[in-house]
Design a protein around this ligand. Structure first.
Ligand code: CTP
Ligand code: K
Ligand code: MG
Length: 181
């Protein structure tokens, strides 16, 4: 695969993991997952991780994977790039992993004394992608090793932080987010 093909496939396979966090921003609010509980005087996760955001985010991500499966033959025709379809396990693991990765980062932030909304450079930009890839590798191993070459993984790890910065700055400018990260 050439560089452009790698970029297209990277975006395609990661889209079900990219959309959930943004959907959660739009859907967020309501009861926090940690129920307000603290550990060592700090919130376990904080008010930024809600049931509604997590559930809606995950479902929207599954919907995106479903849509990509429907569009796959057309995408191959139009783009001329061999984008894959998603097996059910990957349809769920990519968005769910993304939400869990974001949650794990919040847990880490609270343990290190960072309040809700505080940035954690590097972690904020990759937590969701790394956990999405890990969970997918566990539950859809054969698909994962077939799709993710070393080159594709590298492209994902380079492109994800760039996309994250751009989407979050835009979400902030349009008033959807409290912070531009
Ligand atoms: N959100 C949510 N549920 C999630 C993730 C996000 O409801 N599982 C919503 C919340 O309204 C959150 C917003 O999306 O405030 C932005 O997400 P994020 O930046 O991940 O959360 P922060 O508020 O910055 O909190 P944290 O410091 O814990 O990351
Ligand atoms: K985050
Ligand atoms: Mg944040």
């Amino acid at each position: 695969m050439g560089p452009l093909e790698l970029l297209i496939v990277a975006f395609w396979v990661m889209l079900p993991a990219y959309v959930p966090n943004n959907a959660a921003v739009l859907a967020g609010g309501g009861a926090p997952i940690d129920g307000g509980r603290t550990w060592n005087g700090r919130r376990i996760l904080g008010d930024g991780k809600t049931w509604r955001g997590t559930i809606v985010g995950t479902l929207v991500g599954v919907g995106v994977a479903y849509l990509l499966n429907v569009l796959q033959p057309t995408a191959i025709d139009v783009l001329g790039v061999g984008v894959p379809t998603f097996p059910l396990a990957a349809m769920v693991a990519l968005p769910l992993g993304a939400m869990l990765g974001d949650m794990a980062a919040s847990f880490l932030k609270r343990r290190t004394g960072r309040n809700r909304g505080a940035p954690l450079l590097g972690v904020d930009q990759l937590d969701f992608a790394v956990m999405a890839l890990l969970l997918t590798a566990i539950v859809a191993f054969e698909w994962f090793v077939m799709v993710f070459t070393l080159a594709l993984l590298l492209v994902v790890l380079i492109v994800t932080p760039i996309l994250h910065v751009v989407t979050n700055v835009l979400a902030y400018l349009f008033g959807f987010k409290h912070e531009p990260w």
